[in-house]
Structure formats: structure tokens, C-alpha cells
Design a protein around this ligand. Structure first.
Ligand SMILES: Nc1ncnc2c1ncn2[C@@H]1O[C@H](COP(=O)(O)OP(=O)(O)OP(=O)(O)O)[C@@H](O)[C@H]1O
Length: 588
């Protein structure tokens, strides 16, 4: 619109109009652009719409395809399931028929087992009945066996008593044989020999097959083995204890107090157990024997205890015990209780002589009076410490001398109680003479002093004309017979061995001469036999304790000892005489 009234404002308007026209043109241009863009957009929209239509179609197609696929899939799972169910049904069917079959089978088997069990029960019942029958029979048999065994034992006992009486009547030497166990030192020197020989050497060949028989298997390479048997009054196996051995010796001690002389002598090869049997296990340090373990004590300590026990049952003061300990070494007699001026014991050489009565006697021999077993043992141990020993290959503590321990029991008897027979008188005269000859000093002492000892023979002699009866217990541990080759000794020890073997063979000669009843018995060929003359050839009850090592290694020596024992058993020395002792009891 144009401004009203004048010419002045005209250019402003014109400018304004131009401005507006320019703006209009700009706007129109802008409209054209926008219209163009709009058209383009329309085109694009149409294009997109077309695209969207196509996409929708595609989606629809896909949707329907997906639906179809799902339908298809569902159909195949069902088919699979169906098939699986079918298979399962089949499996169940076969399983059921299998179970049925199994249960039928099971029933069948049950029946069979039941039948078997029934049969077994019936059999067991039958067997039970049979067993009961057998048990009854076995019981009956056991009873009759027991009766037979008892009868056998009684008969054996009777036989033994009769045999002992016969032995006494004939004056036989009783022979017991002890087989010691195999010991570690038996194989000590065998490392140097072949295994075969070693096995052979340590093989056990000597056995106690019963309590009277030794069996020895003698085998030599290249020869058939021979079994030899030896019979003795008693045979001890390796398992038998010192108690058992002593139990058979004890009755002899009763005889001793009943008036018999008794001699117990151990004989055997070196290392075969003589000292163990006679004394007990030896102590290393002083060659004495162990006193602590009473069950291990040997015959000498036990015999002394028994003698003193028996004496304790007699009237007090009626018995007097003296002891002497002697060794025979290299054919010399040594008094092992002799004392020097300081009272120390040392082995003094003594001699053995034959008295006018034909008895053997050792003048000046020391006799110690003992009042109990421990005093006796003390003396014996003192004497033993002087005994000669040397190690040999067979035995490390080999005794090289014969040991003779003598217990002299003097019984003091009043003239009245002894009886007045001529024979008694003779015996007493002889004994009195023997007493003063054997112990001249003691006899003098007895006559001159009024001793404080109530039982002193002198005292009794002065008042009641007492008689003295002496009995003697001689306990002998001989040195071991020895094979020089095996013991490996040389020099001085070889000389000792030769003396030992000579004295033992002199003993065998003496026994041979007595057995053959020769007029001359060579007692004097050796100091040993001369010393033991009264026991071996005289009136003593003599028990020879043979000791044997069980192994093959010692076969020759064992056979030699068994042979010696067998010959000794055959010796008949005439009836053993009893010293006439009164029957005394404590109550008297
Ligand atoms: N019955 C046994 N039981 C156990 N050990 C035994 C037996 N006999 C012997 N011995 C042991 O055997 C070894 C030899 O025994 P012992 O000293 O008694 O022989 P020995 O025959 O006296 O020998 P030697 O003649 O050489 O002196 C010892 O160690 C001993 O303890």
C-alpha cells in the first residue's frame, strides 16, 4: 500500500516495495525449492511405500513358510516319539519275557538247591549219627588205651624195679644216656667247609626214640644209611631238663644214707654236656657254675642239697659230712682243697695208694667238713677255679682234667643200735681202721679233744662205744674223650688230650677185665682208674651218665661213647654190699 499525501515519502516506499519484491522472490524461490523437495520426497515416499508393500509381502510369505516348517517339524517329532514308544514297548515285552524266563529258571534252581540241601541235611544227620558212634567208640578206645597205658606204666615201673634189683644183684653198672640239644657252637667252625658238607655235618643223627633207647643214623657218603639202636636204663632227649635227670638220680642218694657207696660218673666226648649235667652251665669269668638259676643246677649241687635234706630227717648229730675235691690231670692227682700257709687253696699233687684191705686211698688228701649244701658248694667252686681248662675247636671251655668230688658221710652209731653180729663187728673194725688210716690227724684229734661238735665220733666213742660207718658219694666229671683231628689241639694241649684218651681207655680196659672176670684188673694202669677203683670195681652203686652230642659231625665219637656205655652195662660185679646201718628216724 502506498503512503498517503505528499511526494516526500515516495522513495521510501519504493525501496520498501523493492525490498518486499525481493523477499517475495526469495520466498517464491524457496517455495519452488521446497516444492521440488516435496516432490522428491513424494517420490521417495512412493518408493518407500512400494518397498514396504514388497516387504510386507515377503514377511507374509516368510511367516507362512515358517508356519509350514513348524507344522512339518512337529509332525516328525511325533513320528520319532511314536517310533521310540514302539521300540520301548517291544523292549518291555522282551524284558518281561526274559524276567519270566529268569524267574522260572530261578524257581527251577531253587528247587534243585532245596533238594540238594535236603539231601545234604540227611547226609549230615547220617554222618552225625556215625560220628556219635565213632565218638562212643573213640571214647571206649581212649579209655581202654588209658587203661593199657596205665597198665603199661605200672608194668614198666615193675620191670624197672625188677631190672634195678637184678642190676643190684648182679652188681651191674647203671647207664643213663643224655643227648644234648644242637648248640650254636656246633656249626661255629663250618664257614670254611662246603655247604654240602656243612648240611651233612649239622644233620641230627642221634635221637632218643623212647626213654630207654637211642637211635643213631649212621650214614657215610656212598653207603646206605644204617640205623643202630642202643638200650640203656634211661635215655634223655635234648628237651629233658636238669630236674628230670636228677629225679632219676635221687633214689641213689637214699641208698647212700641206707649204707651203700654211690658213684655217679659223666662220660662223653668233649663238649657233649658232662659238666653241664654234673654241675650246671658254667660261668665265663671264673669257670665255676651259675647258682642263681636253680632249675639249671646239675647233679652235684642238687645231690648235695638232697643229701643234706635226707640227713635233716635223721636224728640230729648222727651224720657227719666231709668233702674232698680232686682233679686228675695228665695222669697226676691234684688236691684242689689243699691250702697254703696263708689259707689260700692251690692244687697240691697227691698220690693214690692201695691199702692193705685192697682199697684205694689218697694219703694227705684234704677233707673239709661241711654242715650244709651251701658250704659244700662254696668249697667245690673254690676247687673248680683251679681246674685246668683249655679252648679246643670243639669246645671253648673244655675241661682238660677229670674232676672227682667226694662226699664222705660218716654215720655215728651206738654199739647197741648197730647190732652185734660178727659181720657188723668186722665192718666196723675195718671202717675204724680205714678212718684212722685215711684221716690220721682227724682221728687223733677226735681221740684227744672233747670237741664242741655234739656228733663228734670221739665224744661218742668215749661214752657209748660208738661205731662209725662211712658211705661215700663220688661225683665224677670226666674229661672229654676227644678226636685229636677234630679238636685241633697241638703242643701241651695235644699232650693233655693224649693223657685224657689214655686214662679213658684204661677205664674201658678195667671195665673189660671186670666184665670178663679176669683175675687181674688193671686198675693201676692209670691214676684215674686207681683213684676210682673202689667205685668202679668195688661195692658202689655206679651210675654212668653218658653224654652225647646229636650232630653228624660227632658221629664217630658218639658211637664210641655209646659202645663204651653198652660194654659198661654188661659188667657184672657181684651183689652190691650194704654197710650195716641202723634204721633211724627223727622220732627215735
Ligand atoms: N642239655 C643241655 N642243654 C643246654 N645246653 C647244654 C646241654 N648240655 C651241654 N650244654 C652246653 O654245651 C656246652 C658244652 O657242655 P659242657 O661244658 O658240659 O661239655 P663237656 O662235655 O663237659 O665238655 P669238656 O669235656 O670239653 O669239658 C656248654 O656251653 C653247655 O652249657
Amino acid at each position: 500500500m502506498r503512503p498517503r499525501g505528499g511526494s516526500g515519502p515516495g522513495p521510501v516506499w519504493a525501496q520498501r516495495v523493492r525490498q518486499l519484491e525481493r523477499s517475495l522472490r526469495t520466498k517464491e524461490e524457496r517455495i519452488v525449492v521446497l516444492e521440488t523437495e516435496n516432490a522428491a520426497l513424494h517420490l521417495k515416499l512412493a518408493e518407500y511405500q512400494g518397498l514396504a508393500g514388497r516387504s510386507t509381502n515377503e514377511v507374509l510369505q516368510l511367516y507362512s513358510a515358517h508356519g509350514q516348517q513348524q507344522k512339518l517339524q512337529r509332525g516328525s517329532v511325533v513320528t520319532h516319539l511314536h517310533e521310540a514308544i514302539k521300540r520301548l514297548k517291544q523292549d518291555m515285552k522282551s524284558l518281561r519275557s526274559f524276567a519270566l524266563e529268569l524267574s522260572k529258571d530261578f524257581q527251577r534252581q531253587c528247587k534243585a538247591y532245596l533238594y540238594q540241601a535236603l539231601t545234604a541235611v540227611q547226609e549230615i544227620q547220617l554222618q552225625n549219627e556215625a560220628m556219635q558212634m565213632f565218638q562212643i567208640k573213640a571214647f571206649d578206645l581212649e579209655q581202654s588205651l588209658q587203661e593199657v597205658t596205665e597198665r603199661y606204666e605200672k608194668e614198666k615201673q615193675k620191670r624197672r624195679v625188677l631190672h634195678n634189683s637184678l642190676v643190684e644183684l648182679r652188681g651191674n653198672i647203671r647207664v643213663h644216656c643224655r643227648i644234648r640239644p644242637s648248640l650254636p657252637f656246633d656249626n661255629a667252625d663250618e664257614h670254611s667247609i662246603s655247604q654240602d658238607r656243612q648240611r651233612n655235618f649239622s644233620e641230627k643223627v642221634a635221637y632218643a626214640i623212647d626213654d630207654e633207647t637211642v637211635l643213631v643214623k649212621c650214614s657215610r657218603p656212598g653207603h646206605a644209611s644204617i640205623n643202630k639202636t642202643f638200650q640203656f636204663e634211661r635215655v634223655y632227649s635234648a628237651f629233658e631238663s636238669q630236674d628230670t635227670v636228677f629225679a632219676d638220680v635221687a633214689p641213689l642218694l637214699t641208698s647212700l644214707l641206707d649204707g651203700y657207696n654211690v658213684c655217679i660218673m659223666a662220660y662223653g666226648q668233649t663238649g657233649s654236656g658232662k659238666t653241664y649235667t654234673m654241675l650246671g652251665p658254667q660261668l665265663e669269668e671264673n669257670f665255676a657254675f651259675a647258682l642263681e638259676d636253680e632249675s639249671e643246677l646239675g647233679i652235684i649241687p642238687r645231690a648235695t642239697q638232697e643229701v643234706f635234706r635226707l640227713i635233716s630227717e635223721k636224728p640230729p648229730g648222727s651224720y657227719w659230712v666231709e668233702v674232698s675235691v680232686v682233679e686228675v690231670y695228665n695222669n697226676e692227682i691234684f688236691d684242689l682243697l689243699a691250702k697254703d700257709s696263708c689259707g689260700k687253696v692251690f692244687g697240691v699233687k697227691r698220690d693214690v695208694v692201695t691199702t692193705r684191705e685192697g682199697k684205694s686211698n689218697v694219703p694227705l688228701l684234704t677233707y673239709e667238713t661241711v654242715e650244709n649244701a651251701s658250704e659244700f658248694l662254696h668249697l667245690v667252686i673254690r676247687g673248680l677255679q683251679l681246674r685246668v681248662r683249655h679252648p679246643t675247636l670243639v669246645h671253648a671251655h673244655s675241661s682238660r682234667s677229670h674232676l672227682v668230688v667226694t662226699l664222705t658221710i660218716t654215720t655215728i652209731v651206738s654199739g647197741d643200735s648197730l647190732g652185734t653180729s660178727w659181720e657188723d663187728e668186722q665192718i666196723n673194725q675195718r671202717l675204724n681202721k680205714e678212718f684212722s688210716c685215711t684221716y690220721p690227724q682227724k682221728a687223733r684229734e677226735n681221740r684227744s679233744t672233747s670237741s664242741s661238735r655234739a656228733s663228734s665220733p670221739a665224744q661218742l666213742e668215749a661214752t657209748e662205744k660208738p661205731k662209725q660207718v662211712k658211705t661215700r658219694l663220688q661225683l665224677v666229671d670226666l674229661a672229654g674223650s676227644e678226636c685229636v683231628g677234630m679238636s685241633g689241639v697241638t703242643g701241651a694241649a695235644l699232650r693233655e688230650t693224649s693223657f685224657i684218651n689214655r686214662s679213658l681207655s684204661a677205664l674201658a680196659d678195667v671195665l673189660g677185665a671186670i666184665a670178663e672176670q679176669r683175675s687181674h684188673v688193671p686198675y693201676r694202669n692209670s691214676k684215674l682208674t686207681h683213684l676210682l677203683q673202689d667205685s668202679v670195681g668195688g661195692d658202689a652203686k655206679l651210675l654212668l651218665m653218658l653224654c652225647i652230642s646229636p650232630d653228624q659231625k660227632y658221629l664217630t665219637e658218639s658211637l664210641q661213647s655209646l659202645g663204651f656205655g653198652t660194654r659198661a652195662r654188661q659188667v657184672q660185679r657181684g651183689q652190691i654190699k650194704k654197710k650195716n646201718l641202723p634204721v633211724q628216724s627223727k622220732a627215735k
